[in-house]
Write a protein that binds this ligand. Structure first.
Ligand code: ADP
Ligand code: MG
Length: 238
């Protein structure tokens, strides 16, 4: 029963949402701009507190950011004064992990995100896709059970975006993460999502698999939304 209001209660961004995410699932939140996707993700991350209602992970109420959840933002969040490897080590350093362990883990993460040749490069000398891979490596190195991603590839051009999506599927499967992804792209939602949650004006309109949304739309809105996104879905069918 999560409610999130802004402007002293004058605006309701999340309007009484109740849902359960299962461990190991990839859940994709989708919907028009302003429907509340980012707000939902920020509530799960603990960066925002609900006006009313409860969120919990593994039976513990979410009261703020926690080590069980790792966030990957759209804007590359790497430190320009640190090399790719040092960026990946940074979170582990904060966590108090020993230098040797940090270094080994960072090397493993660099391989995982296909950046092993760029360990000593600085972010400003890396492409947008590579910078985002550094940020992904850094988040994964802290070993969160749940990965939270807000339009993670939205700033990348189509080809790089596709490569990143392919890489990310590999990463999620190898690392066995539970994933909550926010996207406005149905193609991306269908590519990743075991479950797709379609939102409208702070509510869930339909929650199900891609084929359920296509073949059994809950209402006209779902049908129109899917139709408008046909080009994105076409890519998936190929
Ligand atoms: P989405 O990510 O689906 O595009 P958001 O979750 O960012 O949507 O925003 C949902 C609604 O809440 C929007 O109308 C947005 O303007 C509003 N909103 C988000 N954050 C704030 C805030 N801090 N103050 C006031 N309104 C906000
Ligand atoms: Mg958003």
């Amino acid at each position: 029963n999560i409610v999130k209001q802004y402007v002293d209660g004058a605006f309701t961004a999340i309007d009484n949402i109740s849902m359960t995410l299962n461990e190991g699932e990839i859940v994709a939140f989708i919907g028009p701009s302003g429907c509340g996707k980012t707000t939902m993700l920020r509530l799960i991350s603990g960066l925002e507190q609900p006006t009313s209602g409860d969120l919990s992970t593994f039976g513990e109420t979410i009261e703020g950011p926690g080590p069980d959840r790792g966030m990957i933002f759209q804007a590359y969040t790497s430190f320009p004064w640190l090399t790719a490897k040092k960026n990946i080590e940074y979170g582990m350093k904060i966590m108090g992990i020993s230098k040797a362990e940090r270094s080994a883990k960072a090397d493993d993460m660099l391989r995982l995100v296909h950046l092993e040749k760029f360990a000593d490069s600085y972010p400003n000398n890396l492409s947008g896709g590579m910078k985002q891979r550094v940020a992904i490596g850094r988040t994964l190195a802290q070993n969160p059970k749940i990965l939270l991603m807000d339009e993670p590839f939205g700033a990348l051009d189509a080809q790089v975006r596709w490569e990143m999506q392919e890489m990310m599927i590999e990463v999620i499967e190898r690392e066995k993460k539970t994933v909550v992804l926010v996207t406005h792209d149905m193609g991306e939602a269908g590519f990743f999502g075991d479950v797709i949650v379609l939102m409208r004006e702070g509510r869930i309109v339909q929650q199900g698999t891609l084929s359920q949304l296509i073949n059994e739309p809950a209402d006209n809105f779902v049908e129109r939304f899917i139709r408008a996104q046909r080009t994105a879905l076409h890519v998936l069918e190929e």
